[in-house]
Design a protein around this ligand. Structure first.
Ligand code: IVH
Length: 691
């Protein structure tokens, strides 16, 4: 018996030794393959043949298959995608993901340069160096690495909350899952753009056509669709690529001091960085660079839609800061819209959210800048007359970025005499009510016009408004056609049964929608204002109003003078806000929404104080260490009060907020004599009632 007991022990010892050797071989192969991926994808300079790479890859794959206990999600063999997901989790961005202001001319680029110099109090003749980069036309992604390993990847979303797409991002071949340096930063948050090569895009669409699936209109949509694919294996075969271009945050003993240094640093860590980036010593060089990339644009394997300029020195960037929307130290130059000719087959009339009738040209489908266009807005009847556009005309069509395509002009020489002059209908094409002329616009007089209700509900549920996922166009159409909902508050009276009885809606989707409706009840004041659909009040004006008034009661009681005192609110918007709140119907809807459980997560100072706070307005804050409240919330509170959130400590910083286990920022702030405050002092300073 004892003998028998000893025997298996010996085997275990032998196996452990073997396993040790196998483990070591697996680790070596992973390291080697990672290095060769880096040589291939990042440096574009491989040092082994494809066949040799494939041999090593096959050896690793075999060892991993035979020894599943050594599985590592970061292994180079794992780029084929893991298990499918049910849904994407939401991710709150610790630092908001800002967008960039756009310009379209060289003059605006020079004005940007002058503005920078003025703000920095430099003379006009001094040179500001810019990091000039291609503007990739893809999908913005935030990548977080902890101790050199990919920890999380998320989409931009609304800038504050995105979606966790780590599983799909893992499948991108040129993205390192582990950084290749021996001592990687403990934490690095990098922004990049996921793109699809033009050739892969055409190939993918051809296959979709064969399978009778709808084709994607351009590579950007195709890349976005692939990243929002729940099955990572399907995302993997799309062959996505990524370029990184910005370090959002880093914990490192020696951080880069400029954008150009950051780009070199990213490359050194193993990230793919565009070889087209260039450091320009002044704005004129940057303008030359723009001409250069415009020339090479068509020969590139992927789409770019302009140039991004970033003030190179971080010391300057810190002094310039950011608005809630975009950094003041960067600008995007967009290439002029591409124009092509096609034929107008018909002109139809669309009724929008505000009852306005918009003539829309139905075009012979045509490819404009990589997208197939078959409809284009003609804006107003006056525009149609001014441009002398007729049904049957050959016209120039243009599309700039995300903007709805538009008809630029007609080609008179191509007329045959059979063209038809368009006239506005006298009755609403949806509800046959009378039409009135309102300035340049024609409007349906029926406040209950189904088109108006449909469009306002679509607006209400959209992402920047109440963000009710799953309540799409066709469901809303059915709900209104069946008179189940008559105004936005009816959404909160829906039940699962009603939903699951609709066409093309299963039980599971119905409960998902019910959940989304429930979740949407806790919104922010700004999103709620946006959702109301007040004419002229989009996402940014809604935020201005929310920040200024702080709560609904103040906003409802606002007078014209106060509205006009807000920077960014003009006569037209002020009038439209006043007229919105003077209508009983709108006030009733708001009351109903509140009664049905809508509330503002961020509402402050119930006693009636305003959110804007002179302690915070235009003051800059950096956070270090962990706070008892989520850092993103603290940052949001600063932004809401008109403050500025920065990532790094510079001489012009106003406050460093220090939590538990602060990083190197604390030492730097001490050296520079910056105000250092703890969490309690911060909460007092900004007058935040944390619930
Ligand atoms: S920098 C805080 N650099 O353009 C600055 N953005 O219109 C963050 N983009 O949201 C952005 N190429 O998705 C930067 N070289 C580049 C870019 C780039 C494309 C995208 C990005 C951004 C959008 C703004």
């Amino acid at each position: 018996m004892r003998q028998a007991g000893v025997f298996p022990c010996i085997i275990i010892v032998v196996m452990t030794m073997d396993k040790e050797a196998i483990k070591k071989r697996i680790e070596d192969l992973r390291k080697e393959l990672n290095y060769h991926n880096y040589r291939y994808y990042v440096l574009d300079n491989p040092v082994i043949s494809d066949a040799e790479y494939d041999r090593k890859f096959a050896e690793l794959k075999k060892l991993e298959d035979e020894n599943p206990e050594f599985f590592d999600e970061n292994s180079p063999t794992q780029k084929v995608g893991g298990k499918p997901l049910d849904k994407f989790e939401k991710v709150e961005h610790t630092i908001p993901m800002l967008s960039l202001d756009d310009v379209f001319s060289e003059q605006e680029l020079r004005e940007f340069d002058l503005r920078i110099k003025r703000t920095l109090m430099l003379s006009k003749d001094e040179d500001i160096a810019y990091s000039a980069e291609p503007k990739f036309d893809g999908l913005s992604i935030c990548l977080i690495y902890k101790d050199g390993r990919l920890y999380n990847a998320s989409t931009r979303g609304d800038g504050y909350v995105g979606e966790d797409v780590t599983q799909n991002i893992r499948t991108i071949k040129n993205l390192p899952l582990e950084l290749i340096v021996d001592n990687p930063p403990a934490y690095i948050d990098v922004q990049g753009e996921v793109i699809l090569r033009k050739s892969d895009f055409w190939k993918m669409n051809k296959e979709r056509e064969k399978e009778n699936l709808p084709v994607f209109v351009n590579p950007r949509n195709a890349a976005a669709g692939s990243i929002r694919q729940l099955d990572p294996k399907k995302a993997a075969i799309r062959n996505l690529t990524i370029f990184t271009y910005y370090i959002r945050a880093i914990e490192w003993h020696k951080s880069p001091v400029s954008q150009s240094e950051s780009l070199d640093f990213l490359k050194m860590l193993g990230f793919p960085v565009s070889p087209l980036n260039r450091l320009c010593k002044n704005i004129e060089e940057a303008i030359e660079y723009k001409k250069y990339i415009a020339e090479v644009r068509n020969s590139l394997e992927y789409e770019i839609d302009g140039m991004v300029l970033k003030v190179d020195k971080f010391a300057y960037q810190d002094r310039l800061g950011s608005t809630t929307k975009s950094p003041r130290w960067a600008i995007a130059f967009k290439f002029p819209a591409e124009q092509v000719t096609t034929k107008i087959l018909d002109i139809v009339v669309n009724v929008g959210r505000t009852g306005i009738l918009t003539p829309v040209a139905i075009l012979k489908p045509v490819n404009v800048g990589g997208a197939t266009v078959s409809r284009a807005s003609l804006h107003t009847l006056d525009e149609i007359r001014k441009k002398d556009i007729r049904v049957g005309d050959t016209v120039f069509v243009q599309r700039a970025g995300d903007v709805i395509p538009e008809v630029v002009k007609s080609v008179k020489e191509k007329r045959t005499g059979h063209e038809r002059i368009f006239n506005m209908p006298t009755k609403c094409p949806v509800c046959s009510s009378n039409i009135v002329k309102d300035g340049a616009y024609y409007r349906c007089t029926n406040i209950n016009c189904p088109a108006v209700i449909k469009e306002s509900i679509k607006h209400f549920v959209s992402r920047d408004a109440m963000d009710i996922e799953g309540l799409g166009s066709s469901i809303i159409d059915q709900l209104i056609d069946k008179s189940i909902i008559r105004d936005v508050s009816d959404i909160y009276r829906l039940d699962k049964n009603t939903l699951s009885n609709l066409e093309r809606l299963g039980d599971k989707s119905a409960s998902n929608i019910m959940q989304a409706i429930e979740k949407s009840k806790g919104t922010t004041f700004a999103k709620f204002i946006m959702a109301l659909g007040i004419r002229g009040v989009g996402k940014y004006v809604a935020k201005l109003l929310a920040d200024h008034f702080g709560d609904l009661e103040h906003l409802k009681r606002a007078d014209k003078e106060e509205l006009l005192s807000i920077d960014g609110v003009g006569e037209e918007i002020a009038n439209s806000v006043l007229s919105f709140f003077s209508e009983k119907r709108n006030l009733d809807t708001i009351n109903n929404l509140m009664k049905l459980g809508v509330f503002f997560k961020d509402e402050q100072n119930k006693e009636g104080g305003f959110l804007l706070n002179p302690n915070v307005e235009n003051k800059s804050f950096v956070f270090t260490g962990s706070l008892s409240i989520p850092r993103s919330r603290a940052q949001d509170e600063v932004l809401k009060r008109g403050g500025i959130v920065k990532n790094s400590v510079g001489p012009n910083l106003d406050y460093l907020v220090v939590g538990d286990k602060p990083g190197s920022k604390l030492d730097k702030a001490k050296k520079l004599g910056i105000n250092i405050i703890n969490e309690e002092e911060f909460i007092k300073l900004i007058k935040w009632q944390v619930h």
